[in-house]
Design a protein around this ligand. Structure first.
Ligand SMILES: [Zn+2]
Length: 460
């Protein structure tokens, strides 16, 4: 059904103006000061957006949905995660494909794709995890890029599990440079993490509060430095995921000053939480275990500053949903066995608005750029990330006057807890569309599962 959105204040990464927006056949076809409903197709639905913002649909470029872990699985499916994303204003997700070292990359690609296709309510794409690099794997990666998944993911952490060695890292970056795709990287020095974990456990320091000391900021900074060195020699474009601290950002800036084409991502938990949450008594800290870990307040403040100055390009989530009662508790005897992740795909936009825009830390344009536009540009998501004639009609009519609270009792994510239980929200989407279809109204999912599709992507 065609849509006419009347009187919103349209905010993009660069513009701020009031106009009417008309959408038909999945795209925005008119933006004018005053569109007469009589000039629109029969059956056009009218949305009064007076006093509200109109943002481009938000993009979360770093989520985990299908995620096997230690004999169990992360809690969300594409059904639950895409509904939660949409209600929270996110209309496109990029998921990490994480094959085991022995798995065939192309089979992993097909497994992950099959979980989303025909099920997801929102649009989607993937980063192809490179956990092994040999001639067979290389053939698969070339084929996966041909099929439109134009970014890789490497882990410099997770020794013996998902991590690549230096030779594999080098050849992954070379291939990415040749194909014109971006390499996203989890940067921590795996040997230093591994040794410190053993020392802490041997000293009976087993609780969740020891997770952060097991991987301090300088160990993350070393990982970034390492990636920058390899990117400099290969000329590959790189993207540092979930950068948590000032020391890591400084290493990235140093690489950029040396000519490296690098982008920096921060994830919501590193902005709004800090390590005192992981220090909560009674094992509650396990709810807040992720890697890199939550840092001290000074680092969280530094990340806000880097976001405001646009040194940080994107705000993602690293959504990785595990239950507290039955899954996080697998690490009661040792923090190294706590499944990593803080579920937040539903809350990212509203908490970034509340603690960023409403709190005066970032302006509206930085908010839109970091939560939508930059991800579309960096990852070549065609038609996404802006409000313009010809763009996909992925739109968020946003009510800045809404007031409410977050609770696991009402959220659509499938985890049994919220890391933000009882937190106040100042703002919420009142209407969310994905390619012209109304998918959410005032916190309720009203769309159809299976509407989402694999987004066509460009290479450099
Ligand atoms: Zn991740």
């Amino acid at each position: 059904m065609p849509l006419l959105i009347k009187n919103p204040r349209i905010i993009t990464a660069t513009d701020d103006y009031t106009a009417d927006v008309y959408c038909e056949s999945e795209t925005i076809t008119r933006i004018e000061r005053n569109i007469d409903p009589a000039s629109c197709a029969k059956g056009t639905e009218l949305i009064d957006a007076s006093g509200k913002y109109l943002f481009p649909g938000f993009i979360d470029p770093h989520v985990h949905i299908y995620l096997p872990f230690m004999g169990t699985f992360a809690k969300d499916t594409w059904e639950s995660a895409s509904r939660a994303a949409i209600v929270g204003g996110t209309t496109t997700l990029i998921e990490m494909i994480c094959p085991g070292k022995a798995d065939s990359p192309i089979e992993a690609f097909e497994t992950w794709l099959a979980k989303a296709r025909g099920v997801s309510a929102c649009d989607f794409s993937f980063h192809m995890g490179v956990t092994r690099f040999d001639p067979q794997a290389e053939r698969d990666f070339r084929e996966i890029v041909r099929r439109g998944v134009t970014s890789f993911k490497v882990f410099l952490a997770y020794k013996g599990a998902l991590g690549v060695d230096d030779r594999e890292l080098y050849h992954t970056l070379r291939l990415a440079k040749e194909l014109g795709v971006v390499v996203t990287a989890h940067c921590e020095n795996e040997t230093l993490v591994d040794e410190r974990q053993k020392e802490l456990l041997a000293a009976a320091k087993t609780g969740p509060e020891y997770h952060e000391p097991s991987r301090p900021p300088y160990v993350e900074a070393e990982g970034v430095h390492h990636l920058m060195t390899f990117a400099r020699q290969t000329g590959a474009e790189v993207y540092i995921v979930h950068t948590s601290c000032d020391a890591a950002v400084r290493e990235a800036q140093c690489g950029i000053a040396n000519g490296v084409n690098a982008h920096i991502e921060v994830v919501l938990p590193h902005l709004v939480l800090d390590k005192t949450y992981a220090e909560r008594p009674g094992f509650e800290g396990a709810k807040y275990v992720m890697s890199p870990p939550l840092r001290g307040r000074a680092d969280a403040d530094a990340m806000w500053n880097h976001l405001r100055s646009r040194t940080v390009s994107t705000v993602a989530t690293d959504h990785a949903p595990f239950d507290f009662e039955t899954q996080k508790t697998m690490g009661r005897q040792a923090f190294t066995k706590i499944p990593n992740g803080i579920p937040s795909v539903e809350d990212r936009v509203n908490l970034l608005y509340t603690h960023g825009v409403a709190a005066g830390r970032i302006d509206l344009h930085t908010f839109v750029a970091a939560a939508s536009t930059k991800a579309a540009q960096i990852f070549g998501l065609k038609g996404k990330g802006t409000v313009a004639v010809g763009a996909d009609a992925d739109l968020v009519v946003y009510d800045p006057n809404y007031r409410g609270t977050i609770s696991a009792k009402t959220h659509l994510m499938q985890t049994d807890y919220s890391a933000f239980e009882g937190w106040e929200l100042k703002g919420r989407p009142s209407v969310v569309t994905v390619r012209g279809q109304i998918m959410a109204r005032d916190g309720k999912f009203v769309g159809k599962l299976g509407h989402g599709r694999l987004v066509p992507r460009t290479t450099r």
